[in-house]
Design a protein around this ligand. Structure first.
Ligand code: AMP
Ligand code: ZN
Length: 268
């Protein structure tokens, strides 16, 4: 699940209260490229007796496309991991700056200074949605969707490809911090050819259970995990109220048997 430390709408304490209201007993915070939301969520959740597992969703890049990779149970204070995440967030900021000047060249100037000041500090991750909202605010487009269609989406005039670590690099970095790595929502990614080479590179798991996976995909990725001897992860990918998937919390979960297999490798 995501918090306001990245693109989630819920603060750590709001998330903890929502978990409790949905009867969740074990959860992981997996913000994009930051661990900033974990400690606060864990503290707030402990009041409800909820265990919060250390997690992250790291954006790797393969052939100019984002590949989301989940890390679990790693040491958040690992210096190499922390330095890597800082580089990731720096790359995001530089990319937004380039995209902002592209928009200016297109006669669509936007101001995101307030967001950069508020979200750039404290390890918070930045992304294209900030530019989309700024385009709406400035009256250049009516909706966020239009902002992506006209300017920010892949191949549109203000789009700048991301640079970043390869999926195999991410596996190595999270392993260096004694964590597990799972390929996030492969059914959304649609790059199944990545899975086997990544398994050879040490990938530990694939995310089988996800709100965007229908029964067919869930079964197919479950079978693939078994075939490749990979662990299985899953969850709601919750981003807060008003962000869809509200009822997914406590509904799209990891079955107990899969969790127990994973839990063997997680710190208590
Ligand atoms: P970034 O990480 O900066 O590349 O931004 C990616 C994020 O932009 C995604 O996680 C989505 O939340 C959002 N996004 C991407 N495409 C669209 C779209 N067509 N409409 C609305 N939001 C989008
Ligand atoms: Zn993701």
């Amino acid at each position: 699940m995501h918090t306001t430390a990245s693109d989630g709408r819920s603060t750590p304490s709001e998330l903890a209260a929502h978990l409790a209201s949905r009867g969740v007993t074990i959860a992981a915070v997996t913000d994009h490229d930051t661990t900033a939301g974990i400690a606060e969520t864990r503290a707030a959740a402990s009041a409800y007796g909820i265990r919060v597992i250390t997690g992250i969703e790291i954006t790797a890049v393969a052939d100019e496309e984002d590949v989301h990779m989940l890390g679990y149970g790693f040491d958040p204070d690992d210096p190499k991991l922390a330095a890597f995440l800082e580089t990731q967030r720096g790359d995001r900021r530089r990319r937004l700056d380039v995209m902002r000047s592209r928009l200016e060249d297109l006669g669509r100037p936007v101001n995101i200074d307030a967001e950069l000041a508020a979200r750039g500090a404290g390890g918070k991750a930045l992304g294209r949605p900030m530019l989309a909202h700024a385009l709406v605010r400035a009256g250049h487009v009516a909706t966020v969707a239009e902002a992506f269609e006209k300017y920010l989406g892949h191949g549109r005039p203000a789009f700048v490809p991301r640079e970043g670590a390869s999926p195999a690099d991410v596996v190595a970095i999270v392993h260096g911090a004694r964590g597990l790595v799972s390929l996030a929502h492969p059914g959304k990614l649609r790059r199944d050819a990545l899975i086997e080479p990544l398994a050879d590179a040490g990938l530990d798991a694939i995310e089988v259970f996800h709100p965007d996976h229908d029964a067919g995909k869930t079964n197919a990725y479950s079978a693939r995990a078994r075939r490749l001897n990979l662990l299985v992860t899953g969850g709601s990918d919750y981003h807060g109220p008003d962000a869809g998937r509200v009822d997914a919390v406590g509904r799209v979960t990891l079955p107990a048997r899969d969790f127990e297999a994973l839990n063997v490798w997680l710190p208590a």
